[in-house]
Design a protein around this ligand. Structure first.
Ligand SMILES: Cc1cc2nc3c(=O)[nH]c(=O)nc-3n(C[C@H](O)[C@H](O)[C@H](O)COP(=O)(O)OP(=O)(O)OC[C@H]3O[C@@H](n4cnc5c(N)ncnc54)[C@H](O)[C@@H]3O)c2cc1C
Length: 466
């Protein structure tokens, strides 16, 4: 069979590029090695983690916050297997939705491992060992990523686990040790903390969420500590051993002392690595960087002109929405259009509660780049909306150019930050000034008023409600 485009991998990068190419008139095939479509994001990433975060959030509220709203319930309990079952059905519905979209757009779905024969041919090897070769004028590599580990850790998938196993445990850990204070570690740590586990985070860097704005890391540490999560930053893990049902993690702290942590589960959440295993890239001559990422130019084209790569398998943030944008860009570029992505305006979100969301530059990045800026900050606590809901933690910080007042970065810790951030991503795409935002009428009472106030604080230093 011959196609205009073959996409290898059906995650958010792959399936979106397939749809966009089909919309633009191409004959498209997509290859997925697993029996369900949707990749990491839908099967073992964004969607299942948010399902468990939402369920655990409801339980946590029932235990800790219903009373203050005047609601009394008998001691709330939960059925963990039902919670995990609900998550599985959310995943099933969502991945089923992708299958529907493939059919609707006349995209041929091949189940099996895709591997290159040459620059235009891909072999599909099915689980029964049979194979077939299909031809594509162009091919997109969208094979995503897998959890990475440390060289001395053996992931046994029972007690020493990655995020994949953490999403389908049979019980709530008594004491979950989390190696890595990044997004995945904090989100899954939050799930189990809310369900009653002791959670200890061990982070190598001096702060959690080390790539985010320092004020954000500080506030998030404060609120998660309040929820009972224990943090050990500046701790370099040196060994992870299992002894029966116990996991022992040893780490070296800032003073060079050895510290031992004991738990019954250890989640290794130290990042993800680009995944190209089994692709036989060498047969097509596609180059990979030292970090294992498929090398691409500004059009996401590899060194082989017929082959493109997108999403987690290439450089940049490992985020579903980044993968999707890249998928659209390649499909449109191949159709002769001139698409573009502003990598500076890809929002970063942590779905803890309160949520964390950011877009644009951090203060540190502006300092490093020698850009003079003004900062305006507004506390969520000062909002009527926050007092009504009881979600008082967090702030909005707006960073604007000192001379032009253009908004350069926005950092939010607060209820619904994940949705709030998009106002500022849109504004920044249109190169709004802090004054522009401050002068736009925001609905009252909403959390978004904190954005208006922080923008006013950045613009003229005079927020109205503080
Ligand atoms: C626990 C967790 C939570 C996350 N939460 C979020 C979130 O809230 N928001 C967010 O933006 N991101 C989140 N992410 C990250 C997000 O899942 C990834 O950035 C996103 O899935 C990357 O998309 P992709 O299309 O590049 O690759 P993937 O989603 O990894 O998909 C790649 C697909 O390619 C298939 N494949 C690989 N090799 C082959 C081959 N040779 N032949 C055929 N098929 C192959 C794989 O089986 C897979 O289905 C989370 C990740 C994890 C682990």
């Amino acid at each position: 069979m011959k196609y205009d485009l073959i996409v290898i991998g059906s995650g958010p990068g792959g399936y979106i590029s397939a749809i966009r190419a089909a919309q633009l008139g191409s004959k498209v095939a997509i290859i997925e090695k697993y029996s369900t479509l949707g990749g990491t994001c839908l099967n073992v990433g964004c969607i299942p983690s948010k399902a468990l975060l939402d369920s655990s959030h409801h339980y946590y509220d029932a235990v800790h916050h219903f009373e203050e709203h005047g609601i009394s319930v008998e001691k709330p309990t939960f059925d963990f297997s039902k919670m995990v079952g609900r998550k599985a059905s959310v995943v099933e519905q969502t991945t089923g939705g992708i299958k529907y979209l493939m059919d609707k757009n006349n995209i041929e779905v091949y189940e099996g491992l895709g591997s290159f024969e040459d620059a235009t041919h891909v072999k599909i090897t099915k689980t029964d060992g049979s194979s077939e070769v299909i031809e594509g004028t162009n091919i997109i590599i969208a094979t995503g990523s897998k959890p990475s580990s440390l060289p001395f850790i053996t992931i046994d998938k029972e007690r020493i686990i990655t995020s994949t196993e953490a999403l389908k445990l049979k019980e709530v850990p008594k004491h979950l040790l989390v190696i890595g204070g990044g997004v995945i570690g904090l989100e899954l740590g939050s799930v189990y903390k809310r369900l009653g586990a002791n959670v200890t985070v061990i982070e190598y860097a001096p702060t959690i969420t080390p790539t985010m704005d320092k004020d954000v890391s500080k506030e998030l540490t404060k609120v998660l500590k309040k929820q009972g999560v224990k943090f050990n930053v500046s701790h370099g893990v040196t060994s992870v051993e299992r002894n029966g049902d116990e996991v022992i993690v040893k780490a070296t702290n800032k003073k060079g002392e050895e510290v031992t942590f004991n738990g019954d589960y250890c989640l290794v959440a130290v990042g993800r690595r680009p995944y190209t295993d089994g692709l036989a890239l060498e047969k097509a001559g596609v180059k990979v960087s030292e970090r294992g990422q498929v090398e691409v130019n500004d059009h996401l084209q590899t060194n082989v002109s017929t082959i493109y790569a997108i999403g987690d398998v290439v450089k940049g943030a490992m985020l579903a929405h980044k993968a999707e944008e890249e998928g659209v860009v390649v499909a449109e570029y191949l159709a002769g259009q001139k698409p573009h992505i502003d990598y500076n305006l890809i929002p970063g979100i942590v779905y803890t509660w309160p949520e964390v969301a950011a877009v644009g530059k951090t203060e540190q990045e502006l300092k490093d780049a020698g850009i003079e800026y003004k900062a305006g900050k507004f506390s969520m606590r000062a909002l009527g909306r926050s007092r009504a809901s009881g979600d008082l933690d967090g702030f909005v910080k707006v960073l604007a150019d000192k001379t032009t007042d253009e908004v350069l970065g926005v950092h939010i810790v607060g209820a619904r930050a994940a949705d709030l951030i998009m106002e500022m991503a849109v504004a920044m795409e249109f190169r709004a000034s802090a004054e522009d935002i401050a002068r736009i009428c925001h609905g009252h009472p909403t959390y978004s008023e904190a954005i208006k106030e922080a923008a006013k604080a950045a613009w003229d230093g005079k927020p109205l409600n503080a």
